[in-house]
Write a protein that binds this ligand. Structure first.
Ligand code: NI
Length: 173
């Protein structure tokens, strides 16, 4: 399976509003499968289409405990949050587009998400725990929002500078 290159922040493509799918065709399925392979290879628990340069509303995730559980890959096209819990949860988040940086972000503890699966079938899922955090983080990506957008301006600019440096080092390597 082909591994796709992952964009690193700052990149204008990570700040765009992504467009919805009309249907789940062969190309969309192939993108979903390539993104799953890329996510597992990274390794990460979630990956959104804009992170591989596709400005479309889709993400993949698998938040199972790699040591304990069977893999549970999910591909979600046109995901929409249809319900959020009043209760909030604070999780340390990271992002494959912001490697090595982890910060606490507070979000609703549980969400219900409507989406189309890899077969184009309408689905609804109730996410809790890490799955709920991950789903909201990935849906943010489809609206050009990164987890560092929830941090103080100072923290955000510090992380952005570190990423600029990382990109320069990688480009000259
Ligand atoms: Ni991310």
């Amino acid at each position: 399976m082909k591994i796709l290159p992952i964009l690193i922040h700052p990149d204008p493509r990570l700040k765009k509003l992504c467009s919805p799918f009309d249907r789940v065709d062969d190309d969309a399925q192939a993108l979903g499968n390539a993104m799953l392979a890329t996510m597992y290879d990274a390794p990460g628990v979630g990956l959104a289409a804009p992170q591989v340069g596709k400005l479309k509303r889709m993400f993949v995730m698998d938040c199972t405990d790699k040591e304990e559980d069977e893999a549970a890959p999910m591909v979600l096209f046109n995901p929409t949050v249809i319900w959020t819990s009043e209760e909030e949860n604070t999780h340390e988040e990271g992002c494959l587009s912001i490697p090595g940086m982890y910060e606490d972000v507070t979000r609703p503890a549980e969400v219900k998400v409507a989406f189309w699966d890899l077969e184009g079938k309408e689905q609804e899922e109730h996410f809790t725990g890490l799955w709920a955090t991950c789903a909201q983080h990935e849906i943010d990506h489809l609206n050009g929002v990164l987890f560092i957008d929830y941090l103080s301006r100072m923290k955000k600019s510090m992380i952005t500078k570190k990423m600029q440096k990382l990109k320069k080092e990688r480009a000259s390597a």
